[in-house]
Design a protein around this ligand. Structure first.
Ligand code: HEM
Length: 117
């Protein structure tokens, strides 16, 4: 059971890597667009995060304020990505720079909170 939990944490971290990696790739290419890959990473983070939010194996102590904070961040991120992709489809242009940087900052903040809190 402990090994299974470690595997789920690993996949959870991969979800972050996919979202943040896609964001870094957009920034490095100076396209400043949101992408489906960011959505996919977020879905992986959400599904695995919810699985990890259950107290298994027995006896494990979870930091629910921290988990709740990350859930709020993830919902906000989902909203920003949704708004951004709708806007991109409508205008055919990159999203506003503030929205783009907010996606990267929130994604990084969630990982920082996960590790440091
Ligand atoms: C963008 C969103 C998220 C990011 C970047 C993220 C990142 C991480 C990282 C890096 C870890 C490993 C930390 C460690 O083991 O020291 C972790 C663990 C964990 N995450 Fe997330 N996470 C996110 C969203 C969520 C959500 C939405 C939930 C639940 C609703 C969640 C629940 C957990 C749980 C339960 C753990 C296990 C370790 C712990 O209790 O801290 N995460 N997360």
């Amino acid at each position: 059971m402990e090994l299974l939990r470690d595997v789920v944490v690993f996949v959870h971290i991969c979800g972050f890597a996919v979202t943040f990696g896609a964001w870094v790739a957009e920034a490095a290419a100076r396209r400043f667009q949101v992408s489906r890959v960011m959505d996919y990473g977020l879905v992986v983070s959400l599904v695995t995060g919810l699985a990890l939010a259950a107290p298994w194996p027995a006896g494990i102590v979870l930091n629910y304020p921290k988990i709740g904070t990350k859930l709020v961040i993830l919902v906000v991120l989902g909203g920003l990505l949704g708004m951004g992709s709708a806007r991109q489809k409508r205008t055919g242009e990159a999203v506003p720079r503030g929205l783009f940087y907010a996606v990267g900052a929130l994604s990084l903040a969630a990982a920082g909170i996960a590790v440091i809190w």
